[in-house]
Design a protein around this ligand. Structure first.
Ligand SMILES: Cc1cc2nc3c(=O)[nH]c(=O)nc-3n(C[C@H](O)[C@H](O)[C@H](O)COP(=O)(O)O)c2cc1C
Length: 186
């Protein structure tokens, strides 16, 4: 087996019963052994304000340290008004500063979006990719993951009950493991 790599998973929803959190949990269970996934929470991050760079809130510092400590980053997000949820954009901004000290830079990334809607959060997925270009996060191009009809994929206990989706997500994580191995900065 290749060396084990740690993956910071960022869930773009703060909702208790979030579909995207269920997708993230499913991905954690389906990941190959060389990836160790852990969710890094974003719900308690104060809104980014450049004035805070001199004396940053502890939550910003802790978040930046957790991203820095990870080998790779995986985003699992809903779409809000055809774009990235505000909490996720805030997390990107917090992690990107102070200027020149971004925690994101060089971490191999991947994006999954999920929605009850048919197009599976495509808009959020691609707006997020735009930021990742600037943040120097090499984001896996294929396979793309827009999970539509996602409210129908889990049972009452949050367990993935759709075999086709399970197979797809498993393949996605295998491709991501290869992407991480090929793009990691030692
Ligand atoms: C403010 C807001 C905007 C939304 N905009 C979209 C949208 O643009 N596209 C979409 O597919 N769903 C949209 N939705 C519905 C979400 O996909 C749905 O609430 C989904 O369950 C959110 O993901 P979560 O379950 O992980 O929280 C929106 C929901 C909210 C609260």
């Amino acid at each position: 087996m290749d060396k084990v790599r740690s993956v910071a998973v960022i869930v773009g929803s703060l909702r208790k019963d979030s579909i995207n959190r269920k997708v993230a949990n499913a991905l954690t269970g389906l990941a190959p052994a060389e990836l160790k996934l852990g969710i890094v929470e974003i719900g308690e991050l104060p809104i980014y304000n450049q004035d805070g760079d001199q004396n940053p809130p502890a939550a910003w510092t802790e978040f930046r340290a957790r991203i820095r400590a990870a080998d790779a980053v995986l985003f699992v997000t809903p779409e809000h008004n055809r774009s990235v949820p505000a909490a996720l954009k805030n997390a990107l901004d917090v992690g990107s500063r102070p200027y020149g000290k971004s925690a994101w830079t060089g971490k191999p990334g991947a994006v999954v979006s999920a929605s009850p809607g048919a197009i599976g959060g495509f808009g959020a997925n691609h707006h997020l990719r735009q930021s990742l270009v600037f943040l120097n996060v090499p984001a896996m191009a294929q396979p793309e993951a827009y999970i539509g009809g996602a409210d129908k994929l889990f049972d009452a206990n949050g367990k993935l009950v759709n075999d086709g989706t399970r197979k797809f997500l498993q393949g996605f994580m295998q491709a991501y493991a290869a992407w991480v191995a090929a793009n990691i900065k030692e």
